[in-house]
Write a protein that binds this ligand. Structure first.
Ligand code: FAQ
Length: 325
């Protein structure tokens, strides 16, 4: 269905229609599901929103790892609620992407056979309880930095889904920071765990914003269509500028000896992540890629009977309705 739709739009991408579409985007109008859109716009949205939805769902796995081992009942309830929120975010985003003519089943199949990606960050393991603090503080912190501007993105269903997601992600970020505060005020061993979590998650968090602008394939077109509102490097810099003082407040050290406030630019100078590691991770060679996809594959296989039962029920209902007419 999706392939047919893109093909028919490609033949319609005449210059006048493209210019009229661009004028609507430039004027800040929202594009809605039934509006005409260039095939490339639809394709880019499906890629980005679908990848975002998969990230929310796969992103539950590193945290689910700690639900049964949370140190107190309160921490356990908070973590459980956070993981449930991520499931909700995945569902809003799958609904948003389905308005573009691709089904959730197709999206899942594309994730499982490697045609679609999910965020690089979720291919790193969560080794200690302090990682639950670091994930909330840094990973949700980076997610918000990227997603707040997306509330103004040009595609209506995506922009609207971002509103609630951002509110919930802000809460998650604070919850993570609160875990870090408790760790740094605890014993020496707890403080060391917090520093170790920051050391391991700092560069993977910076990678969440995507490759540096010179290597970003999609940014230019996505920004002109207002699918993206900022470049990857702009958001990464903003994240660094906001996070360094938070680390100082916690009494932790960012693992970057070149991190320095630059009076001239009004920003922190920092060391770029190791981009070869990033490209390895997004090609499937990170520490947890195999486990993450295996977990999603198992969930998909285990759910097959539910999907079959729902189809059988719908067919039965339809045949009863037809017989009564
Ligand atoms: N991971 O040309 P660009 C969360 C790929 S939500 C994997 O710059 P673009 C909540 C990119 O797809 C986190 N792949 O790409 C949570 C492209 O490859 P392709 C997810 C990446 O799309 C918290 C290639 O590299 N958020 O964490 C990544 O213009 C805690 C070239 O890159 C979103 O998805 C990456 N990090 O910019 C859940 C936000 N970066 O597809 C649980 C929406 C790049 O051509 C617990 N997405 N690639 O094969 C975006 O804003 C954009 O898609 C970017 C990438 C900025 C991620």
């Amino acid at each position: 269905m999706y392939a047919q739709m893109v093909k028919s739009e490609a033949t319609q991408d005449d210059p006048d229609m493209l210019a009229a579409f661009q004028a609507r985007v430039d004027a800040g109008e929202k594009i809605e599901p039934k509006d005409w859109m260039p095939a490339g716009y639809r394709k880019t949205l499906i890629r980005q929103i679908g990848q975002h939805a998969h990230s929310e769902i796969v992103g539950q796995l590193p945290e689910a790892n700690w639900i049964a081992r949370a140190p107190t009942l309160e921490r356990k309830a908070n973590l459980l609620a956070k993981v449930q929120d991520e499931a909700g975010h995945g569902l809003y985003l799958y609904c948003a992407v389905e308005t573009l003519g691709v089904s959730r089943d197709e999206l899942t199949e594309m994730l499982l056979d490697g045609r679609m990606k999910y965020s690089s960050i979720f291919n790193y393991p969560t080794l200690t309880w302090a990682d639950m603090g670091a994930v909330g503080w840094l990973v949700d912190g980076a997610a918000i930095m990227n997603q707040v501007p997306l509330q103004r993105t040009s595609y209506g269903p995506y922009a609207r889904s971002m509103v609630r997601i951002c509110k919930e992600e802000s809460f998650h970020q604070r919850q993570g920071f609160h875990v870090m505060m408790a760790m740094v005020k605890g014993s020496e061993a707890q403080k060391r765990m917090a520093q170790d979590a920051l050391n391991r998650f700092w560069y993977p968090a910076l990678m969440m914003f995507g490759p540096s602008d010179k290597d970003s394939v999609h940014s230019e077109q996505s920004m002109s269509w207002k699918i993206k509102m900022n470049t990857n490097d702009e958001l990464r810099q903003k994240f660094v500028d906001e996070t360094v003082p938070q680390a100082e407040y916690l009494g932790l050290t960012i693992p970057d000896e070149h991190m320095k406030w630059n009076e001239d630019t009004g920003h922190y100078d920092f060391t770029e992540p190791d981009w070869s590691e990033f490209f390895e991770v997004i090609q499937g060679n990170g520490p947890c890629n195999v486990d993450r996809i295996a977990a999603r594959q198992k969930a998909w296989d285990d759910g097959a009977w539910v999907r079959e039962a729902m189809v059988a029920h719908a067919e039965k209902k339809q045949s009863r309705k037809s017989a009564a007419e």
